[in-house]
Design a protein around this ligand. Structure first.
Ligand code: CTP
Length: 401
């Protein structure tokens, strides 16, 4: 059965030019069998008429909080209780801020406070407004509270600018909602994944890093989401967008990554360390740019915290999966890391080979656990991620049930 069939859904529409897409969104949701009630903010009615939404939803549109007739028919508390899911699309920067601070000065914001239904928001705004640190901070806080942020995506904007801030298309939003209700073997489980490189500053303009693109980690995050997990992705600097529905935490250095992982680990069921974490960092970071005064320059480096080993050696560790990027003696090194770091599983791949590994679309994996191993020959990182997840789930259910 379609996961949206008979789902009681409130579609909140706020003041953004993307509101013109909401009529199509209502149609798409109804095509999937959802029972949609539209709630509009006053600003939304300036962009699209309630009459249009009434026509496409086949239901009365709710706008005012203190409307005697509306309250007599289906008041805001009944509406909040009725909903099985709330989608706010488009969600303006102003409404994101309202949600973050728990304001309740109109019907939609009051509903969001009064409902226990899961809330998803599809931001739509000018790219500068989206990038504003306060907007990003608000999104992070909402995600920490369990709200799903769907999009936005990049492209040309109504204001004439180009960048990230466009609302996802109605069909994409429908797919995101379907994924939310998808049940899978990891339903109710929390998966924490590290991805990408870290950067260790030498001075204000130079750093030590590596060639990790983050692709493998991002593909694994998407695969875990598809299996029903709640996914947090702690990512070093990469040029990838996280799959929608994944909670991304951006970090810079190994120390930042360590701190972010330790914040989420107490509630994590499965930890997958895909990141290529720098093993060493400069002991001192120059506050001013280093000048080339000498013929030779010696950098004094110290070890960074081993995030994977720390997690695996906790008193009650989650199911822990490590990665090993090797140029030679793959199986020997992988076995040794499995044992010494006390991992449940290690995924090894060769690096330094044309077409696979770092910076490539493809990879080939050798997976080892205590008492078993499996080879996954060369494929796209997306395909490998799905296969790997199935193996992880099988071992996880065996070890942890
Ligand atoms: N890792 C980590 N923290 C570090 C270094 C590595 O969590 N400071 C994790 C990586 O995310 C990966 C695994 O450890 O899952 C293996 O990393 P790798 O660099 O291959 O192995 P190391 O143990 O660092 O050993 P070596 O570099 O000597 O091969």
């Amino acid at each position: 059965m379609n996961t949206l069939t008979h789902k009681k859904m409130i579609l909140g529409i706020t003041g953004s030019i993307a509101a013109y897409k909401s009529a199509d969104l209502v149609r798409r949701l109804r095509e999937q069998g959802a029972d949609v009630r539209v709630v509009m903010t006053a600003a939304a009615t300036k962009f699209i008429t309630p009459l249009t939404l009434q026509a496409v939803s086949g239901q009365r549109v709710h706008i005012h909080l203190l409307d005697v007739h509306a309250e007599a028919a289906m008041g805001h508390i009944e509406l909040a209780r009725w909903a099985e899911v709330v989608l706010i699309a488009p969600c303006s920067a102003d409404f994101l801020a309202k949600l973050t601070y728990g304001q309740a000065d109109d019907l939609l914001s009051t509903l969001c406070l009064a409902t226990t239904a899961p809330i998803s928001v599809a931001p739509a705004m000018n790219q500068q407004m989206w990038q504003a640190p306060i907007t990003q901070e608000n999104c992070q806080r909402l995600q920490q509270r369990g709200l799903k942020i769907l999009g936005p995506t990049s492209g040309s904007q109504a204001c004439g600018e180009t960048g990230i801030g466009r609302m996802l298309d109605p069909l994409e939003l429908v797919h995101c909602l379907q994924d939310l209700f998808q049940s899978g073997p990891l339903q109710g489980k929390k998966v924490l994944i590290t991805a990408g490189p870290t950067r260790e500053d030498i001075d204000p303009v130079r750093f030590i890093s590596n060639r990790s693109s983050g692709r493998m980690g991002y593909a694994i995050a998407e695969a875990a989401l598809a299996q029903g997990a709640q996914v947090t992705l702690v990512s070093g600097p990469v040029s990838l967008s996280p799959p929608s529905g994944v909670h991304k935490v951006s970090v810079y250095s190994a120390q930042d990554m360590y701190e972010a992982v330790m914040t989420y680990i107490p509630t994590t069921d499965i930890f997958i360390a895909v990141a290529a974490v720098a093993d060493y960092r400069p002991v001192q970071q120059a506050t001013q740019k280093l000048k080339k005064n000498e013929a030779h320059l010696q950098l004094n480096l110290e070890r960074t915290p081993d995030i994977l080993a720390t997690v695996a050696n906790l008193p009650t560790p989650p199911f822990t999966v490590g990665f090993a990027a090797e140029t030679h003696h793959l199986a020997d090194y992988a076995h040794s890391k499995l044992k010494h770091k006390k991992l449940d599983m290690i995924v090894a791949n060769l690096v330094g080979i044309e077409g696979i590994g770092f910076e490539s679309e493809d990879n080939a994996l050798s997976i080892f656990w205590n008492g078993g191993s499996i080879e996954l020959p060369r494929k796209s990182k997306k395909e490998l991620a799905n296969q790997l997840l199935e193996i992880i789930i099988e071992r996880f259910l065996r070890v942890c049930s």
